[in-house]
Design a protein around this ligand. Structure first.
Ligand SMILES: *Cc1c(COP(=O)(O)O)cnc(C)c1O
Length: 373
C-alpha cells in the first residue's frame, strides 16, 4: 500500500479520543475503583456489566469473555459444534468468524452475500446445508443487521441453531428489535475500535437461554463452576474487572454515540448522492449502528489515494476474503469460488466515521469524495 503521503491526513480514519472524553469522569473513576478494590477477575464489575449489557440488548443474559473471537468460539462449543461438523458462514466477513469455526474442529461453509446489503443471502443458505451442518452463523456486517427472520426460517426448517456475529453491530436494530436478542446466542467484541470498545481486548455472549449462557460461563473459566472442579476441558477467557468497569462507564453513552453515527451517515448519504459511487443501502427494517460507512467504486485503490491526497484517511474492509487467505488454502477454494464476495473485496472502501467527528471533518470527507470519484 502507498502510505507515503505528501499531504498530512487531517481527517483520520478513526479517532478514539472523543469517545474517551464523552465518558472521561466515569472511566477515570472506574479505573481507580478497580485498582483500589484489589479484585481483578470474575467479580462485581463483571456481574454489573453483564447485567447492564443484557438489558441494553433487550435480552436476559450476557457472559463476558476475553475477546470477540473467543465469544464466537465458546458460543459454538456451547451449541455443541465439534470436529466434523459444518457451520454456515458468510463468504465476506472478517476472518475471525471463520477461525472460530475452525477452532472447534468444524468446517466453515461459505455462502455469498446479498449484493446490496453485503449481508448473508438467506435465499442461498439452504443449498449449502448438509447432514453435517449444525449452526448458521450470520454477521451483521458494517453494523447493519442481517435478515434474521429469513435466516431463522431456514434454520427452523432444518433444525439448526443460529449464532450471530455482532462484533460490528452494538446498538443496531432489526424490525424494531435489538441486535443481541435475535439468535440462540449472540457474540460480541469489545475491541477498542468497535462501537462499544474497551481499553484492551474484551468480548461477550448475549442471549435468553440460561443453559447456553451458563455453558459459556463454564467454558471461559477452565470448564469449572466450582473452583478446582472441572466438568469439561475449558479455556481461560475472562473479561477482566478493569475492562468490565470501563465498558460499564461507556455504556450509558452508547445510544447517543449511535445516534451521532447515524447523523453523520445521513449527511454522507445526502451529500454523496448522484456520484459514480455505490452508497450503503439500508432496508426499511434496518436501523444500522454504522460501525463502518462503506462505499463501492470500480477504481477503489485510485479513490483511496486521491482521498489521502486531500487529507482524508480510509480503510478497506476487507482486502482479501477468507477463502483466498493462505490460512484457508486447505479448503481448496481458489479465485472465482465466490465471485460476489471477490468483487466486493476489490471495490469496497470505508470512509471515516466516528462519534465526535466535527462538522468540518464531515464536510471535508464529502468534498474530497466528490472531487475524487
Ligand atoms: C472484530 C471482529 C471480530 C473479532 O473480535 P476480536 O475482539 O478482535 O477478537 C469477529 N468478527 C467480526 C465481524 C469483527 O469485526
Amino acid at each position: 500500500m502507498a502510505n507515503e503521503q505528501a499531504h498530512p491526513i487531517t481527517v483520520p480514519f478513526l479517532d478514539l479520543q472523543p469517545s474517551y472524553k464523552a465518558s472521561q469522569a466515569a472511566i477515570d473513576e472506574a479505573l481507580l475503583r478497580v485498582a483500589r478494590s484489589g479484585w481483578f477477575l470474575l467479580g462485581q464489575e463483571l456481574k454489573a456489566f453483564e447485567a447492564a449489557y443484557a438489558d441494553f440488548c433487550e435480552t436476559k443474559f450476557c457472559a463476558g469473555v476475553a475477546n470477540g473471537l473467543d465469544a464466537l468460539h465458546l458460543s459454538l462449543l456451547a451449541l455443541g459444534v465439534g470436529p466434523g461438523d459444518e457451520v454456515i458462514v458468510p463468504s465476506n466477513t472478517y476472518v475471525a468468524t471463520w477461525l472460530a469455526v475452525s477452532q472447534c474442529g468444524a468446517v466453515p461453509v461459505p455462502v455469498e452475500p446479498d449484493e446490496k446489503t453485503y449481508n448473508l443471502d438467506a435465499s442461498k443458505v439452504a443449498a449449502a446445508i448438509s447432514s453435517k451442518t449444525k449452526v448458521i452463523l450470520p454477521v451483521h456486517l458494517y453494523g447493519q443487521a442481517a435478515d434474521m427472520d429469513a435466516i431463522r426460517a431456514v434454520a427452523d426448517a432444518h433444525q439448526l441453531r443460529v449464532l450471530d456475529d455482532c462484533a460490528q453491530a452494538h446498538g443496531a436494530r432489526y424490525k424494531g428489535r435489538q441486535v443481541g436478542s435475535l439468535a440462540d446466542l449472540s457474540a460480541w467484541s469489545f475491541y477498542p475500535g468497535k462501537n462499544l470498545g474497551a481499553m484492551g481486548d474484551g468480548g461477550g455472549v448475549s442471549g435468553s437461554d440460561e443453559a447456553l449462557i451458563d455453558a459459556v460461563r463454564v467454558l471461559r473459566n477452565y470448564g469449572s463452576r466450582i473452583k478446582y472442579h472441572n466438568e469439561v476441558k475449558g479455556f481461560n477467557s475472562r473479561l477482566d474487572e478493569i475492562q468490565a468497569a470501563v465498558l460499564s462507564a461507556k455504556l450509558p453513552q452508547l445510544h447517543a454515540a449511535t445516534q451521532q453515527r447515524a447523523q453523520i451517515a445521513a449527511q454522507f448519504l445526502q451529500g454523496l448522492q448522484g456520484l459514480d459511487l455505490q452508497l450503503p443501502e439500508v432496508p426499511a427494517w434496518a436501523e444500522p449502528a454504522w460501525h463502518l460507512f462503506v462505499v463501492r467504486h470500480a477504481d477503489r485503490d485510485g479513490l483511496q489515494q486521491r482521498l489521502a491526497a486531500r487529507g482524508v484517511g480510509s480503510l478497506i474492509h476487507y482486502p482479501v476474503p477468507p477463502h483466498l487467505q493462505p490460512a484457508y488454502a486447505e479448503l481448496g477454494l481458489g479465485p472465482g469460488a465466490f465471485p460476489i464476495s471477490e468483487a466486493m473485496h476489490r471495490e469496497v472502501l470505508s470512509l471515516p466515521l466516528w462519534p465526535g467527528m466535527s462538522q468540518a471533518q464531515v464536510e471535508q470527507v464529502i468534498q474530497a469524495v466528490k472531487a475524487s470519484v
